[in-house]
Design a protein around this ligand. Sequence first.
Ligand code: PLP
Length: 390
Amino acid sequence: MPTQSSISSAQPSVVQFARGIPPLEAIATTELTAQAEAVLEERNDIFQYAPLGRNQGDPNLRDQLGAFHGVAAEDIFVGNGSLQVLDLLAGYFLKNRRALVYVEAPTYDRAIEIFERHGAEVVGIPLEADGLDIECLQRRLASDVPALLYTIPDFQNPAGVTLSLEKRKALVDLAATHGFTILEDIPYRELRYHGTAPALLRELSDRGAVITIASLSKILSPGLRIGYAISNKNTSQALAGLAEGTYLSPVPFCQAVAARSFATGLVDSSIKRVRELLRPRHDQAMAAAQKWLGDNILCIPNGGYYLGVRLRTDMMEASFLKSARAEGVVLTRGSGFYSKSQQPGQGTLFLRLPFQALDPAEFAKGLERLVKVAETAEPQENAVYAGGPA
Ligand SMILES: Cc1ncc(COP(=O)(O)O)c(C=O)c1O
């Protein structure tokens, strides 16, 4: 049987900072296989089309998700992974509307891609150590109100930042005053290794201005492709209408496995397993980051997968990535986490450093090499930042 451990799969001398996926050992594959076998024995309806008529997802799964989040099952819409849910939400909210979307700068690159594909102008609001720069947002709102504001409030991808409770309240107030919808994307929320979670934006809003997007990818299995939105009956029905016209329904088998995993306690034990596996990696990675990167770090996250770094260097991004590669460090292009119009300031490179799949010694080795690359960089005269203007 093929095995895939991200710790052992990387070539010994190369440190992979490129992908934010769960390490295989964080997925309860044996227990999931047992759930899948039980579903095959118990249910032959999973080989048929799911019932149509604005299908919001498998009713058993929606009941389980509703209980997990303390919301009504009718407020839940299930898709094939949360990215697909985001795509449908973009299709629904950006249709026939002024297509302006505010995102955090930096933010998840695929979300930018989705909004742009739906014709939106995507504008980044700077991200601080405690989340969105609310004052900057207020200034922007004075002249331009978006259709949507997309935020990843817990252990943000790519910067690891968590939005503070004060800022959550301020954001919800701004949405109510100016009349825009907030999409909060929370795939990492359950992966908290220290401290307690601030309330969800949806919980702070009494006017239905917040839609939560969530996923089982980081807490159970990304291969099941289960993502969902928590909104209200009307929005869920509208999304179901769009889904039905595109792919009929999410995959019945995967939904049945997920529903059974909730019912049998596997989701809870899987969350515990992931936290126990990643907490020591996180703790050691943060100690190494403080040693090697000091105040280049955006914040020390208390959970999730990512450490965000604003590295001060005159080097252009492409040269930095190439030199890092030569030193045995593979990085994602940090400028890809910014919309085209907003890029990190000149003299700064943004780096996303995922720690979830790396042995702590490997992670520390990667940081040491990055520092070496930054230190040996020849200052480039008249350097123009690779990603464009600040
Ligand atoms: C913020 C964010 N949203 C969505 C996704 C995609 O999740 P899914 O597997 O549910 O499509 C990711 C995956 O890395 C992510 O980081």
